[in-house]
Design a protein around this ligand. Structure first.
Ligand code: PDD
Length: 285
């Protein structure tokens, strides 16, 4: 069945939805995006995703084409029109198009807004049960990783290399220190059961799942240490895991040739996944 997608104010069958070849999102990746999880037909951590969208747009001098309330309505309309129960909604906002290819742009171009749904099993998910294997790669992305732009070629290439090597994803490194997963935030658990994750800065995306998860972990009296950690520390960790809107929490059971936690998902990652799903689900709108 064809999905209904949203393009600039219109709900269209996906085969009829299109964007101009001169759109700056297409020509220059001059665009920001969000992915919001859907459970039970409701939006997970919606307020956080909208706040980050607004921040990403502002950092690049773009303006949202409609109010936050209207954006929520569009999400809900798409869930309804596509009968989406579980999965995600992808939103992309580009600077728009000025009818030609030119690096520079005028202020106040009409932005392009596209949203579509993706049906996925987020809860009953084999990867979540089994955990993932990652390989380490150099982080070759730009220096404003806190802005959620569609400049995702480094992540696409890195994930492709991981798949070719028989792994599921990557952890990215800068000077021997882990920045993030390919499309997730990265965590290790030390021998004392403390969760270690890189602090927020322009070096990493400020994960919405991360923010909720850290709050929930604190409420569970799990010690969180926000500091950079090295690849060597990760190799020796008791557990490792990632978080994102599409994974929630997935255990990492191997990094390069090192098995983590005996190659099995660990109790901290399992507990955090359970808690995140329970609480985020109860707050969904
Ligand atoms: N990616 N870091 C990077 C580089 C990411 O691409 C993502 C999410 C995250 C986690 O952020 P959040 O918890 O807000 O999803 C961290 C999405 C899921 C994607 O690109 O599909």
């Amino acid at each position: 069945m064809e999905r209904t997608v949203y393009v600039n104010g219109k709900y269209l069958p996906e085969s009829q939805a299109s964007v101009s070849v001169f759109d700056r999102g297409f020509l220059f990746a001059d665009a920001v995006y969000e992915v919001t999880a859907v459970l039970d037909g409701k939006l997970i951590d919606q307020a956080g995703h909208l706040a980050r969208l607004k921040r990403s747009a502002t950092e690049l001098g773009m303006v949202l084409p409609c109010s936050e309330q209207e954006l929520i309505q569009i999400h809900h309309q798409l869930i309804e029109k596509n009968q989406l129960v579980e999965g995600g909604i992808y939103l992309q906002l580009t600077r728009g198009n000025e009818g030609d290819r030119d690096f520079s742009f005028s202020d106040g171009i009409k932005p392009t807004l596209v949203l579509f749904t993706q049906a996925r099993n987020l809860i009953e998910n084999d990867t979540a049960q089994q955990g993932i294997k990652v390989i380490s790669v150099e982080d070759i992305r730009w220096r404003r990783r806190d802005i959620k732009t569609t400049c995702l070629l480094p992540a696409c290439l890195a994930k492709h290399i991981a798949h070719q090597a028989g792994a599921d994803d990557v952890w990215m490194l800068e000077n021997g220190v882990v920045t993030e997963g390919g499309s997730s935030n990265a965590y290790i658990v030390d021998q004392l059961g403390r969760v270690i994750t890189r602090p927020l800065s322009q070096d990493i995306l400020h994960g919405i799942t991360r923010a909720s998860l850290l709050q929930m972990a604190q409420d569970l009296d799990i010690t969180i240490i926000e500091r950079p950690f090295t690849l060597q520390e990760a190799y020796a960790a008791q557990e490792a895991f990632i978080s994102s809107a599409t994974a929630f929490v997935w255990p990492v059971i191997a990094i390069d040739e090192h098995r983590i936690g005996g190659g099995q998902p660990g109790p901290v990652a399992r507990k955090l996944r359970e808690i995140y799903i329970e609480i985020a689900r109860s707050r969904a709108i």
